[in-house]
Design a protein around this ligand. Structure first.
Ligand SMILES: Cc1cc2nc3c(=O)[nH]c(=O)nc-3n(C[C@H](O)[C@H](O)[C@H](O)COP(=O)(O)OP(=O)(O)OC[C@H]3O[C@@H](n4cnc5c(N)ncnc54)[C@H](O)[C@@H]3O)c2cc1C
Length: 414
């Protein structure tokens, strides 16, 4: 049997996505040692296309910790969104309503900034690790065994953080008897494209249409991101570029407005579901980001939640290392979950309000196959959207939630 090299650190972080990388960055700034173990290689991590909206507090935090340069140069501040229904577009002016904004800056750019900061500090993640195994999570020194290249390692730490996303090894390391999981499947997914074309809109458009939801987002002045609600089992090969643009035209169309077309350079279908694992702590293992919870993308919250968890767990760890104060770590799971469920509510609310629930299922009701019910539900959605857009308080509620709940801090401000 080949021998294992032993490494030790204060905090072992499994997963080098935005949550794990941010936590490690924050810990380094507080003088706490950590090692990030990442399954993929550096190139893959930097290129992975995902979310694109940063809440105001997420953008502020990144700026405060030295990661705001490119965000402020290349990102775009957005002061509102459009909601569209019955062929009419309504502006929700966030700044006027609640004095807050969001930033459009891709997740892959956030990851790139974090990786570059780690490289500059001489603490790059360990990439292309495999065969991860977690031990001693409750008693003794937590240990992560893994392989890298042809070598086997054993990483011994005070704490292990599961930042390894929805399909990682950390959550499954918590025994079934010590956790409860909550799941909500949706009978649809999003077909997302990236195209080389100037956005045809100044703000994001969220559209409810009889044929299903559509969305127009953007990544820069020359790259547009658009989405269509589709069956999650749809074969992407059956969606030619022309068919995608035609369908976007139908669902996003309003009189006098033109959707500019361009070369599609990325397309994929993502099924949609919600998930929560409770608690977010087991002994000396803490879960952050997608390893603990998944939200449907309609509220643009997944990335923000991941960053918020990382920031809050950092505070708890910093208090523990600072003066042995355990309260932050003890409160971490309960307080994070309270916040997570509020965000699950917002994401579910947006999803229900804006998607078409066809014969393949309605919201947990066995009568979803009845076309009368489908039509009825669509008209209820129109009623809901009209009430929202006709009421300043209704719009302010959306604006407040979309721009984001305050990040949790420990110790909390007196
Ligand atoms: C296709 C897709 C599109 C999305 N689009 C949006 C969107 O438009 N808007 C939005 O708000 N959110 C979106 N999300 C959600 C958002 O991207 C996630 O919430 C966010 O990435 C969570 O960050 P994280 O760091 O917790 O997890 P991840 O980004 O998943 O990072 C986990 C990391 O752990 C690594 N890893 C996995 N297993 C192991 C292992 N065993 N050992 C070591 N490392 C491991 C992975 O390679 C990855 O780098 C999308 C997600 C997906 C999958």
């Amino acid at each position: 049997v080949a021998s294992r090299s032993t490494i030790s650190t204060q905090v072992a972080i499994v997963g080098g996505g935005p949550a794990g990388l941010l936590l490690s960055h924050l810990l380094r700034r507080s003088g706490i040692d950590s090692v990030v173990l990442e399954l993929r290689d550096r190139e893959y991590a930097i290129k992975r296309v995902r979310a694109g909206v940063l809440e105001e507090d997420a953008a502020r935090l990144l700026t405060e910790v030295g990661l705001g340069d490119r965000l402020h140069k290349e990102g775009q501040r957005h002061d509102g969104i459009y909601l569209q229904y019955a062929g009419v577009r309504h502006h929700i002016p966030f700044r006027e309503l609640v004095g807050r904004s969001v930033w459009l800056y891709s997740q892959q750019e956030v990851v790139k900034d974090l990786i570059e900061a780690h490289d500059a500090a001489g603490t790059p993640p360990r990439y292309s690790v495999s065969d991860m195994q977690l031990d001693n999570l409750v008693d003794g020194s937590p240990t992560v065994r893994f392989s890298q290249g042809r070598e086997d390692f054993e990483l011994i730490a005070d704490f292990v953080v599961g930042a390894d996303g929805a399909h990682g090894v950390c959550r499954p390391s918590i025994p079934e008897t010590n956790k409860k999981t909550y799941t909500r499947e949706y009978p649809f997914g999003w077909l997302g494209i990236l195209a080389h074309v100037k956005p045809s809109t100044d703000e994001l458009i969220y559209a409810l249409h009889e044929r299903g939801f559509a969305m127009h987002s953007m990544r820069s002045n020359s790259v547009s991101r658009l989405y269509l609600q589709v069956d999650p089992h749809e074969n992407i090969a059956e969606w030619s570029d022309e068919r995608i643009w035609d369908e976007l035209d139908i669902r996003l169309g309003t009189p006098g407005w033109t959707l500019e077309r361009g070369e599609i350079f990325d397309k994929s279908i993502t099924p949609m579901h919600s998930f929560v694992s409770d608690p977010m702590r087991y002994g000396k293992l803490f879960l952050i980001g997608d390893s603990a919870h998944i939200v449907p993308p309609t509220g643009a919250k997944g990335l923000n939640l991941a960053l918020a968890d990382a920031s809050y767990l950092h505070d708890g760890l910093a208090a523990w290392y600072g003066n042995g104060d355990e309260r932050g770590l003890d409160e971490y799971s309960e307080k994070s979950l309270e916040r997570v469920w509020k965000i699950q509510h917002f994401s579910t609310w947006m999803t229900r309000m804006l998607h078409r629930f066809d014969e393949s299922g309605s919201f947990g009701q066995a009568d979803g196959a009845n076309p009368d019910n489908v039509d009825f539900d669509h008209h209820v959605q129109l009623g809901q959207l009209r009430q929202l857009c006709e009421s300043e308080r209704g719009m302010a509620h959306l604006a407040e939630r979309y721009t984001g709940l305050p990040f949790l801090r420990y110790p909390s401000a007196e």
